[in-house]
Design a protein around this ligand. Structure first.
Ligand code: ZN
Length: 148
């Protein structure tokens, strides 16, 4: 058999057509071979570098105005039995709202909290709204996660 047209099965070592995806003798799957695998790895690497490299014309984020956010949260929490905690790190803004009432809040109330906090973020940290993780707690459990 002409070796240009054949390859060895990776399972049974018999000569099989080069383009065969399965061995006609043992039915073993032949895969893409070492050369194909290398090409695939390089291709994945190129795609990953394109996807993961930050866009060069993306504008740097403005620092979040954390004191303004906190002031807004304090004002919002006043008289509503809410305890707010605010944190800022490289991953974004983290806000925990603990609703300190004995009656479980419903989803409508939780959503309105999310909306108020979203307005606060858009006003005081517009570049960080989508980085904000806002969790509403009650009875020690997260009852709502706000997404913006
Ligand atoms: Zn085989």
């Amino acid at each position: 058999m002409n070796t240009e047209q054949t390859k060895k099965c990776r399972e049974c070592q018999s000569d099989i057509p080069k383009k065969a995806r399965r061995c006609p003798n043992c039915r073993a799957k032949q895969g893409i071979g070492a050369g194909g695998a290398l090409v695939a790895i390089i291709f994945v690497g190129i795609v990953a570098s394109i996807v993961m490299s930050p866009s060069e014309n993306s504008t740097p984020k403005q620092p979040a105005n954390m004191s303004a956010i906190q002031a807004g949260l304090d004002e919002y929490a006043e008289g509503r039995w809410l305890d707010t905690q605010l944190a800022n790190n490289d991953d974004g803004i983290l806000i925990r709202i603990t609703v300190d009432t004995e009656v479980a809040i419903n989803d409508v109330a939780a959503t309105s909290y999310c909306n108020v906090i979203g307005d606060n973020l858009r006003q005081n940290a517009p570049d960080h709204v989508r980085d904000a993780d806002v969790f509403i707690y009650q009875f020690g459990e997260v009852v709502k996660v706000c997404t913006y």
